[in-house]
Design a protein around this ligand. Structure first.
Ligand code: UD1
Ligand code: CA
Length: 448
């Protein structure tokens, strides 16, 4: 059996009131189309075609080469949109899944269920329905006397009796490919001037087929996003889904309501997430860490046994046993070796701090390579920028940098050297030497 999938994403999304195409609005850090495409691909489809139109270039730019595209140049309805994928999905595919791109919560399991049901169905399609007391905006499912589905009526066209129907069209279907292409040619024009995909149900019934339907177990999966109110609802549900998975995998989340973790983030066992923690992008956190409260980590690697309190960090690496915060900041290229302590108001960028190095208070380290067990005194600054260029600072092992030292780069400071409080270091300091003053000069040579 060969399965293809089509994701509809050409609509304008008028109700979003936005210049951004609807499917690019984000849920937990990723455009909603990402989730729709992921579910389609993971459901077993050998090929996924995304129907683009309104804002198509942007959608294509985001999704890249991982999917195929079909262009619907005029948005003449969901039926017309599927028909635009005719060239892309040939009859070599026995079945085709069709989903709306604005339903990011629909899971691959649900789609697989749809396919499995269609495989044993003699009719040409199976659709997904849900029963809900809040039917707003959904097409209503009409069933015949033998309980089979005989039509889907869009809300705008419902009679008052039909409006009261509580079984709704989710917007996910599995079709026999060959049948679908010829049925779409026969779609009637709706009073709204569109070709509705939902009208293929009537066509199947006319052809004498029985239309199969399965009902959603969890209605929240079927949330279609038409407005920003629904966008926020989807965000909340997706967030909960991500956090529950983490909790079941051994991560403690003290307050799920104020913890924000993106789907891409991986976290080890026995790590505790305190409230108001944001973990985003390509982030990996080891086990036995305590993260937060009030912490934002984006695209970082964090080892095991780390404590990270009230910290903002991006594109940084933190090895095992690091203790950071409160109020520290790691910028891109920061790398803290094992057991580093970074206290309050420290900022590190494009720099490596060796194992056991301590930087307790109010310092800026940029473009520096720092050895092991170095003490960086309060208020130390690498003066790495001369107004035009960034310059490097290299500090050896066991160096003692006195409080308020200005390290004017480029600069090399050898192992076991010391700088006095308030020193302005403008020249290299050999190993073991002690420098003080402005500009800093040696006061005594060790080991000589
Ligand atoms: C659609 C269904 C409705 C169902 C609901 C579930 C139809 C006619 N109606 O209504 O029965 O209950 O979804 O959420 O199918 N699109 C295109 N090209 C177009 C029009 C739409 O690609 O010309 C895409 C949109 O980008 C969107 C999807 O199709 O991803 C659904 O379109 P939308 O306008 O949101 O349909 P609904 O009114 O929600
Ligand atoms: Ca919709």
């Amino acid at each position: 059996m060969k399965l293809a999938s089509i994701v509809l994403a050409a609509g304008k999304g008028t109700r979003m009131k936005s210049s951004l195409p609807k499917v690019l609005h984000q849920i937990c850090g990723q455009p909603m189309i990402h989730f729709a495409v992921q579910a389609a691909q993971n459901s077993g489809a050998g090929k996924t075609t995304v129907v683009i139109g309104h804002g198509g270039e942007k959608v294509q730019q985001y999704l890249g080469a991982g999917v195929d595209y079909a262009l619907q140049s005029e948005q003449l309805g969901t039926g017309h949109a599927v028909l635009s994928a005719n060239q892309a999905v040939s009859n070599e595919f026995d079945y085709v899944l069709v989903t709306n791109g604005d339903m990011p919560l629909l899971t691959e399991e649900t789609l697989r269920q749809l396919v499995v049901t269609q495989l044993s169905n003699t009719g040409p399609l199976t659709l997904m329905t849900m029963v809900s007391d809040d039917p707003m905006g959904f097409g209503r499912i009409l069933r015949g006397c033998d309980d089979s589905v005989i039509a889907i009526v869009e809300e705008v066209q419902c009679t008052p009796e039909q409006l009261a129907i509580r079984e709704l069209n989710v917007g996910a279907y599995c079709f026999k490919t060959k049948w679908l292409w010829q049925a779409l040619q026969r779609l009637p024009l709706s009073p709204k001037g569109e070709y509705y995909l939902t009208d293929v149900v009537g066509i199947a019934v006319e052809d004498g087929f029985r239309v199969a339907a399965i009902t959603m177990k969890d209605n929240r999966e079927a949330l279609g996003i038409n407005t920003r109110v629904q966008l926020a609802e989807a965000e909340a549900f997706m967030r909960k889904r991500i956090l529950e998975k983490l909790m079941l995998d051994g991560v403690t989340v003290i307050d799920p309501a104020s913890t924000y973790v993106e789907e891409t983030v991986k976290i080890g066992m026995d790590t505790i997430l305190q409230p108001n923690t944001f973990l985003r992008g390509d982030t990996f956190i080891g086990s036995d860490c305590e993260i937060g409260p009030n912490t934002m980590i984006t695209d970082c690697r964090v080892g095991n046994h780390c404590t990270i309190l009230s910290v903002v960090m991006e594109k940084a690496i933190v090895e095992d046993g690091v203790d950071m915060g409160p109020f520290a900041r790691l910028r891109k290229g920061a790398h803290l070796g094992p057991g580093v302590h970074l206290g309050n108001f420290g900022e590190v960028k494009d720099s490596y701090l060796g194992a056991g190095t301590k930087m307790g208070h109010f310092s800026y380290i940029g473009n520096a390579t720092i050895g092991k067990d170095v003490n960086i005194g309060a208020g130390t600054i690498t003066c790495n920028y001369d107004g035009e260029k960034k310059h490097p600072t290299v500090i050896g092992d066991r160096v003692f940098i006195g409080s308020d030292t200005m390290l004017v780069a480029p600069l090399n400071i050898g192992d076991d050297a010391k700088t006095g409080a308030g020193a302005v270091v403008t020249h290299d300091v050999p190993a073991g030497e002690v420098v003080v003053g402005v500009p800093a000069k040696p006061i005594r040579m060790k080991n000589k």
